[in-house]
Design a protein around this ligand. Sequence first.
Ligand code: CUA
Length: 349
Amino acid sequence: MRPSIASRGRARPSALGALLILLFTSCGGDQPQSALEPAGPFARDADQLWDITFGVAVVIFFVVEAALVWVLFRYRHRPGRKAAQFHGNTRLEIILTVIPAMILATIAVPTVDTIFDLARAPEGAMEIEVIGHRFWWEYRYPEEGITTANEMHIPVDTPIKLRLVGAEADTIDQQEEIIHSFWVPQLGGAQDIIPGREATLLIQADDPGVYRGQCKEYCGLAHGDMRLRVHAETQEGFDSWVADTTDAPSQPTGLAAEGRQIFESGGGGITQPCAGCHAVETDAQGVAPNLANFAARETFAGAIFPNEPEFLRAWIADPQAEKAGAKMPDVGASPQQIDALVAYLRSLD
Ligand code: CUA
C-alpha cells in the first residue's frame, strides 16, 4: 500500500529528527574519537595530509560548480537558437587532462612522503602485538611478558610499533578467520588485520589520557561493540601498571575466595569453568580475554561496559543478551555463584 500524502508529510520531520540524533550521538562521549583532533605525531602527519587534500578539493569543487552554473545559464535554450553540432575538441580535451594530472601529481608529493614516513618505525620504538578476535582485542607485550585485553597501556612521547597479527589460524574455530581493523583515530592511522599476515602500525600520544578506538572493518554481529581504549600514561604511570599487572594478585578472601573456586573448577549447575577459556596469569594466552589485573580495568567485553558489579553480574548471567554475537556462553551460574565470581574478578589486582 502506498503511504498517504499526510503520513509522508509526517515522515519527513521524524527522518530529520533521526538524522540529528545520529549526528549528535556520534559526537557524544567524554573523549573525542576523531582523526581531526590528532593527539600524537603520527596522527598529526595524517591530519596535515587531510588538510592539504581537503583544501585542494574545496577549491576544485567551487571552480567546477561555478563553471557548470555559468555554462547552464550562458547556453540555455532560447527561441530561434540552434545548438552547434561538432565532434570532439582536441585542445580542450588536452587541457582537461593535463590540469587534473598536474593537480594529482602535486598532491602525490606530500602523500607519498607521508606514507613512507609512517611506514618507518623510529629507533627505540616500543613493540606491542595486537591480535583481533571476535569481538575483542588481545595485546601482548613481549618485553614485559604481559598479555591483556581491550585496554592498552602505553607511555606518552614514546613511538609504539604495533605488530598486528590475525588470530593464529583458528585458536578456537574457523570463525576467527576474519578481517578486523585496528583504529585509534587520535593516535594514528587505521590498519587492517588479515589472518595469516602481519602488518605494522605506529601510534604515539603526546599527553596522558584515555583514547578511544574501534574496529573499523565489518567483522560480524558485534563489530560495533568491538571497541578499545588506549591509556597513555607518564613513564612512571606506565611502569606502575606493568608492576601491578605482573605482580601476583592479592590472595582472595571470603566471597572472592569462593569465586576463585568457582572460576577454576565450576560446580553446581555450571556447564564449564571460566578458567577453561580465561587465564588470570599475566602472560598466559587463552581463547578468551586474559583477566590479569582485571580490577584495574575501566571496561570489559570489548570495552563496552563499565567494570562495575551490576554490569558484570548481567554479563555473566546472559552474555548473549548483553552483546549479541559474543562467544562467551551462559555457563548456568546461579545468582549466588555470580556474586562470588564478581567478587573474585574485582579482587584481581
Ligand atoms: Cu572486528 Cu569489526
